[in-house]
Write a protein that binds this ligand. Structure first.
Ligand code: URA
Length: 211
């Protein structure tokens, strides 16, 4: 498992405003969107491309285009939806699947309640979107789900991560170089309710209001 904590002053600035308890939902959504686009730039460094001819106004040249099969972007419902636009803005030809995972607030175990993905992911590079890597249970279940269906590699993009969650993912995929986590910050710890400290609260609630 590879971990990349992206160090950039613009990311750090936007993340600070995102964390602020006084930041309202519209601002939170806009900032999450901007942060994802910046993270996506790093997370897609290994996306596969192939040579493609191009004719400029001056001369023919050789450029690149994304290789087939198209990368698959998978937001984990519900909070991952707040990251989708920022991701596909950078990679508009990617396909999008959906994975609904819910965490039992007492046992903190993740279970799948909805999927909308191709049955066969053979050869696909997958980008999982989940703003908060807390206990790691949801992410391990989601990565396993994609790898079992043939994904060649899985990159999880998270706004924030807790060390406990990173260790859970590392323990599950220790030797695998096809699993990567890209995040804007590694926070201090989890509290007794499974919230990231200092974190930003419940990402789904802050994006969409409490339901
Ligand atoms: N999910 C959230 O939305 N926030 C946390 O701090 C942990 C999990």
């Amino acid at each position: 498992m590879r971990l990349q904590v992206v160090d950039h002053p613009l990311l750090a600035h936007k993340l600070t405003v995102l964390r602020d308890v006084t930041t309202d939902s519209p601002t939170f959504r806009r900032l999450a969107d901007e942060l994802v686009t910046l993270l996506a730039y790093e997370a897609t460094r290994q996306v596969r491309v192939e040579e493609a001819p191009v004719t400029t106004p001056v001369a023919p040249a050789v450029g690149v285009k994304l290789s087939a099969p198209k990368p698959l972007v998978v937001p984990i419902l519900r909070a991952g939806l707040g990251m989708l636009d920022g991701m596909v803005r950078l990679m508009p030809t990617a396909e999008v699947g959906f994975l609904g995972m819910i965490r039992d607030e007492e046992t903190l175990q993740a279970t799948t309640y909805a999927t909308r993905l191709p049955d066969d992911l053979s050869g696909r590079q997958c980008f999982l979107l989940d703003p908060m890597l807390a206990t790691g249970g949801t992410l391990v279940a989601s990565i396993t789900y994609l790898l079992e269906r043939g994904a060649v590699d899985v990159t999880a993009i998270c706004l924030l991560a807790a060390p406990e969650g990173i260790e859970v993912v590392r323990a599950a995929f220790e030797e695998r170089v096809d699993v990567t986590i890209v995040t804007a910050a590694l926070d201090e710890r989890l509290d007794e309710h499974g919230y990231i400290v200092p974190g930003l609260g419940d990402a789904g609630d802050r994006l969409y209001g409490v339901v």
